[in-house]
Design a binder for this molecule. Structure first.
Ligand SMILES: Nc1ncnc2c1ncn2[C@@H]1O[C@H](COP(=O)(O)OP(=O)(O)O)[C@@H](O)[C@H]1O
Ligand SMILES: N[C@@H](CC(=O)OP(=O)(O)O)C(=O)O
Length: 452
């Protein structure tokens, strides 16, 4: 059985017309002899009545000061994909092609119990195979699964896979069904050398490797979810990114062996970030590792996505998405960590975010005053920044690339606040207002308009 998984993003199912275009692509795959399995995202983008962001706001608007429970939020936002899959399946039916919609759990997608950012732990595709064998086109809700705890609720708990997670559903279903290909349909021709909003002339890459695309995605390009690229790579599933609304051939994602060589692939940028640099010069040498451990354990426990990590004998720091900053401020500002030693001698480390102590920190300080010596661990706070990254393979560690990045930005009068690198990327933290300019400068400097 030649199965093709076809994932349609929010814009590809946004209107009846868009759904018709998407449905015709599914029918065409069926006519070519494939057994299509569809994965859909919620209808439309921010502002559309059933888009994920709109559903999140339904709870936030009740009282912005009360964070919704992640479990409840997942139950609500998963409705966006449920609505979308039923409508899409019915659209196919009206065109004469039997179709059946499936919630993530009904499609056999099991996850861990991390609401809002669950990971798929296994897929039992039996219901999808049955549906296909009965002549249907299954239409699976993207971005959701079910967590079944050993002694928990018998039907399990609904979970979502993190923003943009329908791509992950597509790749995972592709792996579970041993699909011939997974196609991610969106509103651009494929993976481009930069976000077309920043560089409208950015060309579409014809071929990228799984690790390049995972890096591009991790460093901010929404076009494919990094976990989708990882899953497709691990299970050797051919992956494509295509435009629902054009006949462009799209981007094929392949292994490094299939596409060796050295190049700069693209420039990406993240959304708004906040940068925190903790001054540890006040901390006894032996206790630094303990405090660093405490900071990073806390970030991991709250699922905070960290960028630009740095560690030195006197400080440690990282950038994080602006949207996650309230959680971090909540847990770290005013946190008290006792140092080693007897109750009367040990220092009490008091965390403070920003140069000016909040009321929370001052209250803690006043309460702790009689108990021992307080040592403040102050984090310098830089708000309103983004990370711009040059992505490529076998290139980043070449002598001179880093210098070229810094010179280009200096000549363009872009302030660089921090830098970091990995095997596949070089990143700079810049003021948010300079993001698009920095992307364009690097795109020009590395000749990306010519890359294919
Ligand atoms: N390097 C890139 N290549 C292609 N698209 C990109 C890139 N960086 C950012 N994007 C953005 O990603 C969008 C597609 O992702 P997304 O909004 O999640 O679509 P969908 O709703 O179809 O899943 C494009 O409209 C484009 O603006
Ligand atoms: N609807 C979810 C999941 C998703 O993947 O959406 P899209 O494919 O439209 O990016 C979200 O907005 O996060």
């Amino acid at each position: 059985m030649r199965i093709k998984v076809m994932k349609f993003g929010g814009t590809s199912v946004a209107t009846a017309e868009a759904r018709m275009t998407s449905a015709m692509r599914v029918i065409s795959a069926k006519e070519q002899g494939f057994r299509p399995v569809v994965v859909v995202s919620a209808i439309g983008r921010k502002g559309a009545p059933y888009a994920t962001d709109t559903l999140i706001n339904v709870l936030r608007e009740i009282d912005p000061n009360v964070e919704p429970e992640p479990r409840e939020l997942d139950l609500l936002i998963a409705c966006g994909e449920i609505l979308s899959s039923v409508i899409f399946a019915h659209t196919l039916k009206t065109l004469g092609h039997p179709a059946q919609s499936f919630r993530g759990g009904q499609a056999g997608i099991r996850t861990d119990g991390v609401y809002g950012n669950a990971r798929i732990v296994g897929i039992n595709p039996v219901s999808l195979f049955r549906s296909i064998e009965a002549g249907n086109i299954p239409v699976v809700c993207g971005f959701q699964g079910v967590y079944v705890a050993g002694d928990g609720a018998p039907g399990g708990e609904l979970t979502t896979l993190g923003r943009g997670g329908s791509d992950t559903t597509g790749a995972a279903i592709g792996a579970a069904l041993n699909a011939d290909a997974v196609e991610i349909f969106t509103d651009v021709d494929g993976v481009k050398t930069a976000d077309p909003d920043a560089v409208p002339t950015a060309p579409t890459l014809r071929t990228v490797t799984y690790d390049e695309v995972a890096e591009i995605a991790h460093l901010g390009a929404k076009v494919v979810h990094p976990r989708a690229a990882e899953i497709a790579m691990n299970y050797h599933i051919p992956l494509w990114v295509k435009n629902t609304f054009s006949d462009d051939e799209g981007t094929e994602i392949v292994t490094r062996e299939q596409f060796p060589g050295r190049r700069v692939t693209g420039v990406t940028h993240t959304g708004k970030l906040v940068f925190l640099q903790f001054n540890l010069s006040n901390v006894d040498g032996a206790e630094r590792a303990m405090l660093e451990g405490r900071i990073y354990e806390t970030m991991a426990r709250y699922g905070v996505n960290l960028f630009m990590l740095n560690l030195s004998p006197s400080s440690t720091g990282f950038a994080l998405p602006r949207s996650q900053y309230p959680i971090v401020k909540d847990v770290l500002d005013g946190l008290v960590v006792p140092g080693a030693g007897s109750a009367t001698e040990r220092p009490l480390y008091l965390f403070q975010i920003g140069q000016h102590a909040s009321r929370e920190v001052e209250t803690q300080a006043a309460l702790l005053e009689p108990l021992g010596q307080i040592r403040r661990v102050v984090a310098q706070l830089t708000e309103g920044c983004t990370m711009v990254s040059l992505v490529g393979h076998e290139y980043m560690q070449q002598p001179g690339v880093f210098l070229a990045v810094l010179r280009t930005l200096a000549d363009g009068q872009v302030t660089v606040l921090q830098t970091s690198d990995s095997d596949y990327s070089l990143s700079v933290l810049v003021p948010e207002a300079e993001t698009n300019r920095a992307v364009r400068l690097l795109h020009d400097r590395f000749g990306l308009a010519e890359v294919r």
